[in-house]
Design a binder for this molecule. Structure first.
Ligand code: APR
Ligand code: ZN
Ligand code: ZN
Length: 362
């Protein structure tokens, strides 16, 4: 039997979000219905609401979530009712070129849920944000989007790994391959940059230089593991990073802003043969001009990081275990917990830079 639940809908471009009744169908083959316990508020939800990602309104927002599997459809064996899971954006196919090369985060043929959730009032089909739609009491996903983790962790902490925090930690430990003793610079210390700092500490980086234009952010960055901070309104961050690394530049520079000037800073702040990891997402019109001799001559590598190059089945349980052991403080990313009807206010707070993460608890 299809069920009716409450969910946060973005009805149209730039319109305020509102709570509506959502019809969640029974899971079909390969699908699961998950009772959501917590879902973080991410910039991407705001971008959906603003029409910056797609025109497929109305959206069911929310994609950084954890909860308990309620029911599964035919052929689902990896998860079952009662399992505590973190949701991820994409159920990968396992057979395309990207999957076969061991890089499923670039999978060409993802299999998210085939059935649609709908609005109870009009019967309109909903587009779930990032294929999830978890600002709702329950949601329908593909079983491959569910990863079981230790249920001893709180849902509000677990859900964080579904997006921003995983993107940041993964940028350091997966894409950047930060190693013991490395020097790391992180440009932009919001939720993603701070997670990159926490990931760098986890990986054993000796020096972690945090760069931001806001002193409040730099203070939080220190609590996450930054050993040095640079306010790039006050001093040139490239010079400062070089000064702090014996004149060389950092082994790994992680850009978590998404602007031309910070991409440029990241490019020049790395040591020769160092690695630049780009996590900040630019807008389509942004451009960066660089002397080709610098691109050629500086060696090393320039990488972009999608979803922290994470393998949910490998990384989610591992990071939750580290958190439960007290070796990775994921709870520090939760600034506040809120109710479903406070998402619009949370967007405003996020826009002002007041929070790392507001998390809806259900
Ligand atoms: N130089 C340094 N820091 C900057 C600059 C700048 N020119 N401009 C902004 N910042 C800082 C802000 O002060 C803030 O601390 O960058 C940080 C951005 O943080 P958030 O807005 O909280 O964004 P976050 O969720 O961390 O995401 C950062 O990663 O995944 C992407 O789409 C995401 O592009 C975004 C980026
Ligand atoms: Zn694939
Ligand atoms: Zn997100």
């Amino acid at each position: 039997m299809a069920q009716e639940v409450r969910g946060v809908i973005a009805p149209g471009k730039d319109e305020p979000v509102r709570i509506e009744t959502v019809v969640v169908p029974d899971p079909g083959p390969g699908e699961a219905v998950v009772r959501i316990q917590a879902c973080g508020v991410c910039h991407t939800d705001l971008h959906y609401k603003q029409g910056g990602i797609s025109d497929d309104f109305p959206f069911l927002l929310g994609h950084e979530a954890a909860g308990v599997v309620e029911s599964v459809g035919d052929g689902v064996t990896d998860v079952g009712p009662g399992d505590f899971v973190i949701l991820n954006w994409r159920a990968v196919c396992g057979t395309c070129r990207a999957c076969l090369r061991g890089r499923p985060w670039y999978c060409f043929d993802t299999h998210n849920a085939k059935q649609k959730m709908t609005l109870a009032s009009t019967g309109q089909e909903l587009s779930p944000a990032l294929g999830i739609g978890a600002f709702a009491e329950k949601t329908l996903v593909a079983a491959g989007q569910c990863t079981k983790v230790d249920p001893a962790v709180s849902a509000q902490v677990a859900g964080l790994l579904g997006c921003g925090v995983m993107a940041g930690i993964g940028a350091a430990i997966n894409t950047g391959d930060v190693g013991r003793g490395d020097s790391v610079a992180v440009i932009g210390c919001g939720g993603v940059g701070d997670a990159a700092i926490a990931g760098s500490r986890l990986a054993g980086a000796a020096k972690i230089i945090a760069v931001d234009i806001d002193d409040r952010k730099l203070e939080t960055a220190r609590s996450m593991g930054a050993t040095h901070t640079v306010n790039s309104r006050e001093s040139d961050p490239v010079e400062a990073i070089r000064d702090l690394t014996g004149g060389f530049g950092a082994d790994v520079v992680i850009e978590a802003v998404g602007r031309p000037e910070t991409y440029r800073q990241a490019f020049y702040a790395r040591d020769l043969a160092g690695t630049v990891v780009l996590v900040g997402v630019p807008t389509p019109e942004m451009k960066l001009e660089l002397p080709l001799l610098d691109v050629f001559g500086r060696g090393g590598s320039l990488k972009s990081s999608w979803y922290g190059d994470c393998l949910p089945s490998r990384d989610f349980p591992m990071l939750i275990d580290l958190h439960l052991q007290g070796r990775l403080d994921l709870a520090a990313f939760v600034t506040e917990t809120i109710q479903l009807d406070e998402v619009e206010k949370a967007f405003e707070r996020m826009h002002r830079g007041d929070v790392l993460r507001s998390v809806v608890v259900l």
